[in-house]
Design a protein around this ligand. Structure first.
Ligand code: NDP
Ligand code: MG
Length: 379
């Protein structure tokens, strides 16, 4: 039995990870976190009996301490640091949403826990910091994002010098068949109706604006130490090919499966084994056609912006993610339109952040300031 810390246990990735753990029985869930969904959080505590839990507020902490006297409960920023530093070794699966994922990843690496990372935003705002710390602490970061999990598999036994280019595939999200003019009037329901994947609300909106693919470009840059000109994206409606790697000799390796996050999560949890999942065998005879289209970067300006912020440095990468997180919240609260998300992010990225110097605290501070400024503007 190995210990597993699961952050974001009540979310889309978190609950799928728990399903796999239920079946494999190889893991003891030693710690979980949840946020608003206290009801599901309690169910998970009853079933998986973790030693420690992190929750959103002191009130919930007190409630849990009464109900589960043996449980160690943390809350708030300091509590999250203590949770991540908890003395028992184990794998640290981070499936938190947004920039909240950075702090625990940072401290878990400090305490030498290997990371299974779903939370891509932490690499967008703190990729350099996280990767440097991981190298220093000799900790591995195993990507759960399907494209990066595929890339990990495609690059594993190859020489890095032989890579010519990598391609992240993109389904195009819920609005892929709409023109830019039609985007002006799309509703929240249309945006949240992803054709291929069932995921949390934020990443579903991010897929529709395609900033999700922009995040993934930055994520790939940090995880695999590639040059910016080695990373490209390609539209692929079916989401069956998750990533491609072209090597210097002209060979292209691809990773294929039906779109289902159970696969990358299971691969990460069972690595280097590949254990049975509920994902059916890929029947290419039935699938028949796989479509690919060159990415139209004008149709998806937020994806194009990813390459610009990568070149422009850390502060702009923070602005890119933070402004989007605030804008998506405003959109989900029906306070702005879909296209306002693009406007807000573009504006935030255009600004200069001359005083920024890189450190964990400064990254979190700038992230917070940018979000607050946007919330104040739309109050
Ligand atoms: P969900 O919104 O479904 O789940 C997010 C989890 O984080 C929930 O457990 C939620 O708790 C918790 N949470 C939300 N906000 C905070 C906060 N401010 N502080 C602490 N905890 C918080 O998201 P997903 O599972 O879809 O995505 C998680 C991460 O994985 C994201 O970074 C996403 O981009 C990435 N990812 C997701 C994929 C997917 O298929 N879903 C695919 C690839 C990557 P509660 O529910 O209790 O409020
Ligand atoms: Mg992905």
């Amino acid at each position: 039995m190995r210990n597993l810390y699961l952050l974001g246990a009540t979310g889309s990735i978190g609950t799928q990870a728990l399903n796999i753990i239920r079946q494999t029985k190889d893991y003891q869930v030693i710690g979980i976190t949840f946020y608003n969904n206290v009801c599901l959080g309690k169910e998970i505590i009853k079933e998986f009996k973790p030693e420690i839990v992190w929750v959103k507020t002191e009130e919930v902490k007190q409630e849990l301490e009464k109900e589960f006297p043996k449980l160690k409960v943390y809350f708030g920023k300091e509590g999250m640091i203590d949770f991540a530093l908890y003395e028992k070794p184990g794998l640290f699966l981070n499936a938190l949403m947004g920039s909240s994922g950075l702090l625990p990843t940072y401290y878990a690496i400090k305490s030498k826990k290997d990371i299974l990372l779903a939370n891509k935003e932490s690499l967008v705002i703190g990729g350099k910091l996280i990767m440097e710390l991981a190298r220093e602490m000799k900790v591995s970061i195993f990507p759960l994002d399907s494209e990066h999990n595929s890339l990990f598999q495609l690059l594993r036994k190859e020489n890095k010098e032989d890579i010519k280019k990598i391609y992240l595939t993109a389904s195009g999200g819920a609005l892929r068949d709409k023109t830019r003019t039609e985007l002006k009037t799309v509703t929240k329901e249309e945006v949240l109706n992803h054709p291929n994947w069932k995921m949390g609300e934020k990443i579903t909106v991010d897929s529709a604006t395609m900033i999700n693919k922009g995040f993934e470009v930055i994520e790939a840059y940090h995880l695999f130490g590639l040059r910016i000109d080695q990373i490209d994206t390609i539209l692929h409606r079916e989401s069956i090919v998750h990533a491609l790697v072209e090597y210097e000799d002209g060979t292209v390796l691809a990773n294929l499966s039906y779109p289902n996050m159970e696969l990358p999560i299971s691969y990460a949890l069972n690595y280097p084994r590949r254990k049975k999942t509920s994902v059916p065998s890929l029947d290419l005879g039935k699938v028949k056609d796989l479509h690919f289209e060159e990415m139209d970067y004008e149709r998806y300006p937020l994806l194009k912006l990813a390459f610009e912020v990568l070149k422009a440095g850390e502060a702009k990468q923070i602005a890119y993610s933070a402004s989007n997180e605030a804008a998506v919240n405003l959109f989900l609260e029906d306070r702005i339109s879909f296209l306002d998300i693009e406007k807000i992010v573009t504006l935030a990225v255009k600004k200069d952040y001359p005083k920024f110097t890189s450190s964990l605290d400064n990254i979190l501070k700038l992230d917070q300031e940018i979000k607050q400024e946007i919330y104040d503007r739309y109050k």
